[in-house]
Each structure stands twice: as C-alpha cells, then as structure tokens.
Ligand binder design. Structure first.
Ligand SMILES: Nc1ncnc2c1ncn2[C@@H]1O[C@H](COP(=O)(O)OP(=O)(O)O)[C@@H](O)[C@H]1O
Ligand SMILES: [Mg+2]
Length: 355
C-alpha cells in the first residue's frame, strides 16, 4: 500500500500543497518549525482520521482559516485505488472513502497499515497499557481481517455487561454477556500472542542485543490464565458490580518490555527507550509485511533527538531497507547520503511551503 497523490490545505502552518509521493523512499528536509511534522501529520490524519501528536482540532486548522483538509489516493500492490478525503472545521469532521462517508475510523484504519516513529515513540513503553494494546490491535487488524469484527463485538459485549452490572445485575442477564466476553477475549488473546511471539523473534535478530542484552515483550492477557476467563467473570460479579465495570478480559491486556532479564521500561535511559521503541516498531513492520496483505506505510519524524550518531545511522539504514513506502523527515540534509539509486524523492520544506 502506498500514498500517491497527496493534497493538504490549511493544516497547521501549511496553507496549500499538492505532491506526488514516491512509492519507496520520501525525504522531507527542512529547518525547525518549517512544517515537517505537519506534513507527516497530514498523511497520518488521512490514513486513520486521527492525529498522531494528539493535537486538538482547533490547532490542526491553520490560524486565520476555519477549515483544514487532506486528500489523497492510496494504491494497493494490485493497483487498486482508494480515494480518501478528510476535512475538519471547528465543529465538524467530514471523512470520506471513495466519496462515501466513513462511519467508523477503524474501518479505514484496518485497510491502510501505517506505522509512526517519532519523538513520542519511547512514551509507548512507559505510558498506560492502552497505547500498547492499541498498537498491538492495529497490527492485528492489518494481518487478520477477522480481528476487527472480534474487537468490535468484544467492545459491544463489554458495554452491555457493564450496563447490567451497574443496574443491579441478575445472574441470568449476565450469563450471556459473560460467555460472549470470554469467547471474544480468548479469540483476541490467541491473535495477540501470535503477534508478540513474532515480534520477539524479530527483536532477537535486531542489534539491540549488543547494546542492551536480550530484549523481548512479556504479554499479559488481562486475566490470570491459570483459570478460564469465564470463571473470573462469574466469580467476581459482586466486586465488579460495585465499581460498575468488567475487571477481567482482553480489554485489560498489557505488554511489558523485558531487558536483560528484568521487566519494566523505567530502568532504561531516554536514548535506550527510543532505540527499543524504534526496533519494536520495525519488528511490527516486518511482521505485517510478511504476514499481511499490504505492506505498511512508515512515517518517521526526525529520528535524531536523543540518539547518538551511530545509532541514528544504523536505524535510518535499517528503516530505508524495509519494504513498502517510507516518509522520513529530517533537519539535516546529510540524511540524503543514505540514498542509493533506488526510487526516492526529496522534498524541501520552508515556512510551510513544500517543493
Ligand atoms: N494552527 C496553526 N496555524 C498556523 N501555524 C501553526 C499552527 N500550529 C502550528 N503552527 C506552526 O507550525 C510550525 C510547526 O510546524 P512543524 O510541522 O511542527 O515544524 P517542524 O516539524 O518542521 O519543526 C510552527 O512554527 C508553529 O508555530
Ligand atoms: Mg517536527
């Protein structure tokens, strides 16, 4: 999958731009504050309907204007085109795929695999479990087409179960939802375990071992798997009813990094966290490329911060060798040294203008 024609209007500091991206490597070069992150943000917004930097709606819209828009054509490896458009005003969002309104952003997200490596990547390892679960689940969407509907069914079942718990439950009413939560959680669990195993395998092959020792993820299902989930759900109804939500299930899963036999990200320095985060995202990329129907689009926003020169160069080299479309931003034009004769384009950004 790659993004071909791409248009931006009034996104942060970018007033209007229209580019044709390369299906291989794209470098976005510009000084600090020139609009590199905004450009990558535009691609991510188009592919997912969401901001990767958690920027608020009003901050996405260029000052002095009342509406931003991004539009583009994504092309699959079979040449099938998906035309996507996203517009945001201060109060409304209009998101369309082939001219039809998109009801759920997850429907588009499941179609277009996209991964981001940016200054927030390291936070993934230290933030709440939700960020890691979301990344794992987005990876699953791109590889197992049935994962999305299982995930949606689990969410619906949990919402219903929580409603029953809150409204003074009866065992009869809960039985149905207990069974459904247990069934869908177990299906998601099996998919997620498979991904974590593969990602751990790719991590063993990365150069992290030389730097830090063995690095892998420990996966927690969201319940004590020594007992069936159904048992946890049926035997904890009273305490769950008091707090009003379901305490056990795939929605409570987590991933924790293990480095040289010790669990926990807090032991690592900022630079080490960034190395581990980038290698983990690369491992997800390799997993999706090998197992999914489409190769991911990889957005890399200014890799340089907190990494020494040797690590930067190693990571950039590795990212550029990955299959699929890559869009990398950099302050330093010397990133161009990495390019060989294979397909690439270089864009220069100056005060929101891209050439
Ligand atoms: N809503 C907005 N309207 C106009 N300019 C904005 C808006 N939001 C951010 N900017 C400006 O955009 C620039 C930041 O662009 P950014 O894409 O982060 O640059 P880079 O990644 O190249 O450092 C800053 O100068 C910032 O003040
Ligand atoms: Mg930036």
């Amino acid at each position: 999958m790659h993004l071909c024609d791409f248009n931006i209007s009034n996104l942060r500091c970018i007033s209007q731009t229209s580019v044709e991206l390369d299906k291989g490597i794209n470098l976005i070069i510009g000084e600090n504050g020139s609009g590199k992150t905004s450009f990558l943000e535009g691609i991510y917004l188009l592919a997912t309907g969401k901001s990767f930097s958690a920027v608020k709606r009003r901050d996405l819209i260029r000052d002095g204007t009342c509406r931003m828009g991004v539009a583009g054509v994504f092309v699959s490896s079979f040449g099938l085109e998906s035309k996507i458009k996203l517009e945001k005003s201060y109060s409304e969002t209009n998101y369309t795929l082939q001219g039809q309104s998109v009801r759920k952003t997850s429907d588009v997200a499941a179609k277009i695999p996209i991964l981001v490596g940016n200054s927030r990547a390291a936070d993934l390892l230290t933030d709440s479990p939700k960020a890691r679960r979301d990344l794992l689940d987005r990876t699953a969407f791109h590889v197992k087409p049935s994962f999305l509907s299982i995930w949606q069914e689990l969410r619906r079942a949990l919402a219903q179960r929580n409603n029953v718990l809150k409204s003074g439950y009866s065992s009869n009413q809960l039985c149905y939802w207990d069974k459904l939560v247990s069934e869908k959680s177990n299906e998601m669990d099996a998919y997620r375990k498979e991904i974590v195993d593969k990602v751990n395998y790719f991590l063993t092959k990365s150069t992290l071992k030389e730097e830090l020792g063995d690095v892998s993820f420990d996966y927690y299902s969201g319940w004590d798997t020594n007992f069936p989930l159904l048992q946890h759900l049926t035997s904890n109804r009273e305490s769950e009813s008091r707090i009003g939500y379901t305490l056990y299930g795939a929605h409570r899963a987590d991933l924790r990094i293990r480095v040289a036999g010790k669990s926990g990200a807090k032991r690592l320095s900022k630079g080490q966290l960034k190395s581990v985060a980038f290698e983990s995202i690369i491992a997800l990329h390799e997993y999706i490329s090998e197992n999914g129907p489409a190769k991911p689009i990889f957005l890399v926003d200014d890799l340089s911060a907190e990494l020494d020169n040797v690590k930067q160069r190693r990571l950039i080299g590795k990212i550029l060798r990955l299959s699929g479309q890559k869009v990398l931003s950099s302050i330093q034009p010397d990133i161009m040294e990495f390019l060989d004769n294979e397909g690439h384009k270089v864009f220069h950004v100056k005060q929101g203008n891209i050439t």
